[in-house]
Design a protein around this ligand. Structure first.
Ligand code: PAZ
Length: 319
């Protein structure tokens, strides 16, 4: 089926997806962040991370969700920061977050202890570094990033919030042209129920088995590449469970949207293997057993591949 026209996607966004009230304020924040870092000579990457929540009722009790933990987005943010980028981190509320992700399985109360006998409210509490061996190193890097104002976190929960905030981000970053990268790692729902067709109240199980009819979510990559940030370096992600269709779908996405690269991955092997597909090339990135033993993460390889490609892209656009 032909891709809907850009204007119809804009119209659909306005009509069928409720706009979060703070979107204009967030857009201004993102534009100011991009401008100040670009004028300091930094490139800026917008990372999307985590899954989206699709409500089934307007007074939402139930919703459709997906598997994404946000680990890819959060760890990639750290590698982009290490590569000198400023990062806008558009992430799902309560998904993994840069730096704290490393301690997400830790019960905070198990690693804290009192310094003395006194356990009243005025006493000192410290971290037991034997239980959190990396904490000092991670805290130091987190502070550097925070003090340098290099990370701008923006949260979403629902599909509507994600779509409006991504549009706002794209428009905000368009002012820095080819210095902007979009790294669209979030797992975004392909289906939704329009507000006009959504029941207001909790769906009643006494009415029997539930049948849902959902609409296709507009392909936002199309206006992002063509209209909102036409000079930016844009990377989308493609996840499949059937490896035999993955590369074909990645190439088809490149043909359709004409952006710079697709990072293709399969659900079960995504932590150790991805393919970066561009119009001219196909780079397989794979962790060896040795890499895994040394705690190397696949995101380090992905970010290294894409930051090099972005450098070439910027040179071509400025040259
Ligand atoms: O968030 P996570 O680390 O659990 O998973 C990452 C991922 C598989 C969501 C990402 O690599 C990806 O492929 N995102 C796009 C998914 C898609 O819509 O095809």
């Amino acid at each position: 089926m032909a891709e809907p026209r850009v204007s119809s996607i804009d119209g659909k966004l306005a009509e069928e997806f409720a706009c979060p009230c703070h979107v204009e304020e967030v857009k201004e924040k993102m534009a100011a962040f991009a401008k100040s870092h670009a004028s300091a000579g930094r490139r800026v990457v917008l990372i999307t991370s985590g899954g989206t929540k699709v409500p089934l009722e307007s007074r939402t009790v139930r919703f459709l969700d997906n598997f994404s933990s946000g680990r890819r987005g959060a760890s990639s943010a750290e590698y982009f920061l290490d590569s000198g980028y400023a990062v806008i981190f558009l992430h799902r509320h309560r998904s993994l977050y840069p730096y704290t992700r490393m301690f997400s399985s830790v019960n905070m109360l198990d690693v804290l202890q009192f310094t003395g006998e006194d356990t009243s409210s005025g006493c000192q509490v410290v971290v037991n570094q034997q239980l959190l061996p990396n904490i000092a190193k991670v805290l130091k890097r987190y502070r550097e990033v925070k003090d340098g104002q290099l990370l701008l976190p923006i949260e979403f929960s629902t599909l509507s919030e994600y779509l409006h905030l991504l549009k706002a981000a794209a428009q905000a970053l368009s002012t820095i042209g080819s210095k902007a990268m979009f790294y669209l790692a979030a797992a975004v729902s392909d289906f939704y129920i329009p507000a006009s067709e959504m029941p207001e109240h909790k769906i009643q199980s006494s009415n029997g088995p539930l049948q849902l009819s959902m609409k296709m979510v507009p392909k936002i990559l199309s206006p992002l590449v063509k209209d909102w940030a036409p000079q930016a370096f844009v990377i989308s992600f493609k996840l499949e469970t059937d490896a035999s269709i993955l590369l074909d779908k990645a190439r088809r996405a490149l043909d359709t949207y004409r952006h710079q690269a697709v990072v293709a991955n399969v659900l079960d092997s995504r932590r150790g293997h991805v393919v970066v597909v561009t119009c001219e090339s196909q780079a397989e990135l794979t962790l060896t057993e040795e890499d895994v033993k040394n705690n190397v993460e696949i995101e380090e390889r992905i970010v290294s591949n894409l930051t090099s490609a972005h450098s070439q892209f910027v040179t071509q656009h400025l040259g």
